[in-house]
Design a protein around this ligand. Structure first.
Ligand code: C2E
Ligand code: CA
Ligand code: CA
Ligand code: CA
Length: 281
């Protein structure tokens, strides 16, 4: 074993395996990255499938690492969730997404505000400060609450349905919109779904991918759309990559779509350029 230097932290504890050590370093790197402002948001357009216009954006975080380049969220969000760093990181995401939405709202005014969708993780959703964080972010950005949409996965909601219901009611009473993300990949109870004050179901890309290829996926997509309709909710389909998938979803009267067919998630300047043209797909 290594001799410990005066005042050093014992990071060479032999009981710590290589994987734990790697995570230990990664956690420290992430904390430093937050202090150094190395996180950035990319924005993916949410498109009205009937009009072909940009109705909003989903904010997706990336880590602009000084050596590794753009690090995708799946390489650090799970660890940030585990260590709790997701709470301050998620706060930054909310503040930055609201700031950007406020700026675009003033630069490109429309009758209907474009919505900014922000992903909320389990730890964040359970944290009692979330409501204050959200209100603070809206206030600082001078953005109306009706412009913000929080995306919460069905597994998060179902972990403690009663507590989720209470939190969601508070958001709804403030005019903030709620989306059930990754719908179909978890186990929601339809009974609860009816009681949740949710305005949008987002169909996971794993189902959209199978449209026209496997009958199960097509059936699930059709069922989710009709379920949403009968509950008075809107539907967004994510991961639309082809013209065929888009047309299939249009025939089913799916409200909105996202995916590479329309646009990849874009850095702010590129998203703004797209907004300036407001393309119709
Ligand atoms: P998600 O919320 O399900 O986001 C959709 C993911 O699909 C994004 O990956 C997006 O870039 C990708 N995507 C969009 N269109 C297409 C397409 O046509 N085809 C395919 N194959 N993929 C497409 P990304 O940006 O890597 O994010 C992955 C996940 O990381 C997100 O899944 C979300 O769960 C999480 N995440 C991202 N940003 C944040 C954040 O700010 N906070 C939290 N808590 N989680 C985040
Ligand atoms: Ca999402
Ligand atoms: Ca998804
Ligand atoms: Ca997700």
């Amino acid at each position: 074993a290594k001799a410990k230097g005066e005042g050093s932290i014992e990071i060479f504890d032999p009981s710590m395996n290589a994987q734990a050590l790697a995570r230990f370093h990664m956690d420290a790197d992430l904390r430093r990255a937050l202090e150094r402002n190395e996180f950035v948001l990319h924005y993916q357009p949410v498109v009205g499938l009937r009009t072909g216009r940009i109705e909003g954006f989903e904010a997706l975080v990336r880590w602009r690492h000084p050596e590794r380049g753009m690090v995708p969220p799946l390489e650090f969000i799970p660890l940030a969730e585990e260590t709790g760093l997701i709470v301050p990181l998620g706060k930054w995401v909310l503040e930055e997404a609201c700031r950007q939405a406020g700026e675009w709202r003033r630069k490109f005014p429309t009758g209907q505000p474009r919505l900014m969708n922000v992903n909320i993780s389990a730890r964040q959703f359970q944290h009692r400060d979330l409501i204050h964080t959200v209100l603070g972010a809206l206030h600082a950005a001078d953005l109306e609450p009706g412009s913000l949409k929080l995306e919460i996965t069905e597994s998060i909601m179902m972990r403690d349905p009663e507590a989720s219901l209470e939190a969601m009611k508070v958001f709804r009473s403030m005019d903030i919109h709620l989306v059930v993300d990754d719908f179909g990949t978890g186990y929601s109870s339809l009974g609860y779904l009816k009681r949740f004050p949710v305005d949008t179901l987002k169909i996971d890309k794993s189902f959209v991918e199978g449209i026209g290829r496997d009958p199960e996926s097509s059936a699930i997509v059709a069922a989710v759309i009709s379920l949403a309709r009968s509950l008075g909710m809107r539907v967004t389909a994510e991961g639309i990559e082809t013209q065929e998938q888009m047309q299939h979803l249009q025939r089913l009267h799916c409200d909105q779509g996202q995916g590479y067919h329309f646009s990849r998630p874009l850095p702010p300047e590129a998203a703004e350029a797209l907004l300036a043209q407001d393309p119709r797909w």
